[in-house]
Ligand binder design. Structure first.
Ligand code: FES
Ligand SMILES: [Fe+2]
Length: 383
């Protein structure tokens, strides 16, 4: 099905729900003990089982578009170097020199021929091969091929570079994505233009992430930002293994309610999709020509995360009108997340230890949250 046909079907479903002021719902409300957010032992266990074992979408393919380009980051204490070599392939390595461990690349992103360690100038190519040693003879008869950068498991699919944070853990990306790959492919992520990228500090992983999975708060918390465009507490919910697609209805749905389909205009104008890749990737198209990619990363502090926000535009904004529209989208998403979602999230985080709640409750109207927390439990239980 092409995107328009998918949107048309979603508009039908959304109208059906909205006509009776309903939404897709779980079978029953679901309680979750607050210890799921607070227990430090559980936190470490889940980080180990989930974030350090599953493929994480660490970069967009378009962040390392050209051969020779690279991207570095530190995720949960692991320094990561992602490269695209001349063969066009994306690879990931631990960003530590095999001599005595200094980083081999200290820039966040760019393009280069080689990575030269600043300490003693060992140099590596984009395939991780050790290609240069200063004073090699003083190391005797050394086998250079045994001193390449340590690779991390890495696969490129659907316009994203998926990386595992431990060299000894392997994954099958096609099996992991399953039929969610088709959903991600529909976004054509390789065709967008990166307008801006920024990092935001937010509350702990689960408090931060909960806000990405429901529309219940949109007309209340986001009344003056993203909630202006969408109908609060209306959400369509589709799942693909642990991954999810959430559909919000735009307010324009109210204008076509009861009208024949021939008068709907472009069905994509009436819904907004959020693709939620387990455990920490969210791609939301809040307004037509723009999208927001959010990657929420836990940190060494259980009560804090770093979110990388990437604002995408369908094309590089050139005219004043295009520039204003893209900047407007960028600002509204920044405000909604930083000053609204994370502002209240940090207060929730602070109140967790107060004893005010022994458990939280997810309503029937919060099926994506229920789905997510069930998968956290399921995957952290797997040996
Ligand atoms: S630590 Fe990199 S060359 Fe010595
Ligand atoms: Fe929000």
């Amino acid at each position: 099905m092409d995107n328009k046909a998918v949107a048309r079907e979603l508009v039908r479903r959304a109208l059906e729900r909205q006509s009776v002021r309903s939404t897709d719902q779980a079978e029953a409300p679901m309680p979750l003990p607050v210890s799921a957010y607070l227990d430090p032992y559980r936190y470490r266990h889940e980080i180990d089982r989930i974030f350090k074992r599953l493929p994480l979408a660490l970069a967009l393919s378009i962040e390392i578009k050209e051969p020779g380009s690279f991207r570095t980051m530190e995720i949960l204490g692991v320094p990561v170097l992602i490269t695209r070599a001349d063969d066009g392939k994306a690879r990931a390595f631990i960003n530590t020199c095999r001599h005595r461990g200094a980083p081999v690349c200290e820039e966040k992103h760019g393009k280069s021929d080689r990575f030269v360690c600043r300490y003693h100038a060992w140099s590596y190519d984009h395939c991780g091969k050790l290609v240069g040693m200063y004073g090699q003879s003083t190391f005797g008869d050394i086998d250079r091929s045994a001193f390449g950068l340590t690779p991390l498991p890495c696969a490129e699919r659907c316009g994203l570079v998926w990386v595992g944070l431990r060299p000894d853990v392997q994954f099958d990306i096609d099996e992991w994505l399953g039929d969610f790959a088709e959903q991600l492919n529909s976004l054509k992520l390789t065709e967008w233009y990166i307008y801006t990228q920024r990092e935001l500090e937010g509350p702990g992983w689960k408090v931060a992430w909960d806000g990405y999975l429901e529309s219940y708060h949109h007309n209340t918390l986001h009344a003056n930002t993203v909630g202006k465009f969408t109908i609060g507490n209306l959400m369509l919910h589709d799942t693909y293994g642990p991954h999810q697609r959430i559909t919000f209805g735009r307010k324009s749905l109210m204008d076509i309610m009861g009208k024949p389909e021939s008068e709907w205009g472009d069905p994509e104008e009436h819904v907004r999709l959020i693709h939620s890749g387990f455990p920490n990737l969210s791609i939301s198209g809040i307004l037509g020509d723009h999208a927001l990619v959010s990657q929420v990363f836990p940190t060494d502090r259980p009560d804090r995360t770093i979110t990388r926000q990437t604002v995408l535009a369908a094309r590089e904004p050139k005219t004043d009108a295009e520039k204003a529209a893209t900047e407007g989208f960028s600002q509204v998403t920044l405000t909604a997340v930083k000053d609204e979602d994370y502002e209240i999230g940090l207060k929730i985080q602070k109140g967790l230890e107060s004893g005010g709640n022994r458990e939280f409750v997810f309503g029937r109207n919060e099926p994506a949250l229920q789905h997510y927390h069930k998968w956290v439990a399921r995957l952290s239980a797997v040996d």
